[in-house]
Design a protein around this ligand. Structure first.
Ligand code: AMP
Ligand code: MG
Length: 347
């Protein structure tokens, strides 16, 4: 199919610019749109056939549920059985980069939720996303707008690379602010569990959810046959073409390791903190931001991994971030991108 492409002009009203996109959604088509986290591949969340097209365009396994995007936090009532905790979270964090899983209502087709009895609800903050949902008059089911297994897209160029010709429209709204997918929290009778870390950190959540459980799969490889709580977590994820190795150590240790490997003449890509980059001679180096700058790491990761795909590097050495705050989210994606390949340099 031919993909229509529009670029948002932030200096003029959004509604006229998004009218065509909203029509495509309400007629059962596919539209890629920007959010504050990553780009989403959207279709009507109330239309089972439209949802099927999302799985086909991405090559996404059918048991990996989609997130349902709503215009206003209170719209959740229409699609989920909403406990009081939802409103406590909504008051503090919505609209924003937080997805909340609750028991679903029948109006949401089963293929949107990968066959589960629960539905993931998200109210994004990005104005283009919100206006598109409002004009479409339906909630929008959307996973990240990448081919399954690849790093999530944080710019329209990433989306064009993966999905041009496979969707009806791509909306270019510039670079995503955060650069990593939303935090996912599951609410059930047993309490709340963090399934995927994001920009809303465990520390922030614990003010509302003092007993928040943290799914072990966030920092540990699932070695058992037990199905993970978020089905998407079991699939290969965020993987660039080249193999990724994570380096755990201080700046000097990381620089020494990188310098000794770059010297071997291998085709090596390096993703490292600014402090480390300043000590490296050679290699294809991408800066990750300062070691202490968690927001910069989140924003840089997927874009850096995709850029290496466009080069001849065969190996990527990346300095590991600490698993705290927003860096916990970056660490989780780095673990998956590397297939849990870590080198401990600490002396
Ligand atoms: P993506 O939109 O590509 O970031 O993927 C959505 C993530 O949310 C995947 O990891 C899904 O497995 C997870 N997810 C969506 N709905 C549910 C649900 N009802 N229960 C558990 N995990 C879910
Ligand atoms: Mg995804």
């Amino acid at each position: 199919m031919e993909t229509k492409f529009i670029k948002i002009n932030t200096n003029s009203p959004l509604a006229p610019q998004l009218e065509d996109a909203a029509k495509i959604i309400s007629r059962g088509g596919l539209v890629v749109f920007p959010t504050e986290t990553v780009y989403g591949l959207g279709a009507s969340a109330l239309d089972a056939d439209a949802a099927k097209k999302i799985y086909a365009a991405k090559g996404r396994p059918s048991d990996n549920p989609l997130i349902v995007h709503i215009h206003k936090p209170e719209d959740a009532e229409k699609y989920a059985l909403v406990p009081p905790t939802y409103y406590a979270l909504a008051e503090k964090f919505l609209p924003g980069p937080l997805t909340i899983i609750m028991p679903k209502r029948d109006i949401v087709p089963k293929n949107v939720t990968g066959g589960l009895d629960t539905v993931a609800i998200r109210c994004p903050k990005n104005e283009v996303a919100r206006e598109l949902i409002r004009l479409s008059r339906v909630p929008i089911a959307a996973p990240s707008a990448n081919i399954s297994g690849k790093p999530s897209p944080t710019s329209a160029q990433h989306v064009i690379h993966d999905l041009d010709g496979k969707v009806d429209m791509i909306i270019d709204g510039g670079e995503c602010d955060i650069g990593l997918e939303s935090t996912i929290v599951k609410l059930d009778v047993g309490g709340a569990t963090l399934l995927r870390p994001g920009a809303v950190t465990p520390q922030m959540l614990s003010e509302i959810l003092p007993d928040l459980k943290i799914d072990r799969g966030i920092t540990e490889k699932n070695e058992t046959d037990k199905a993970p709580l978020a089905p998407g977590m079991k699939y290969k994820h965020y993987a660039p073409r080249a193999e990724v190795t994570l380096l755990v150590g201080d700046n000097a240790e990381c620089a020494e390791y990188i310098n000794s490997h770059v010297k071997n003449g291998d085709k090596i890509g390096v993703l490292c903190f600014d402090e480390v980059a300043d000590m490296i001679n050679g290699g294809n180096v991408v800066r990750f931001g300062k070691r202490s700058d968690g927001k910069a790491h989140a924003k840089a990761l997927f874009s850096a991994l995709r850029n290496f795909d466009g080069t001849d590097v065969e190996k990527i050495l990346a300095t590991a971030v600490e698993p705290v705050g927003i860096d916990l989210a970056t660490y989780n994606r780095m673990l998956k991108a590397s297939g849990y390949t870590l080198v401990y340099l600490n002396k």
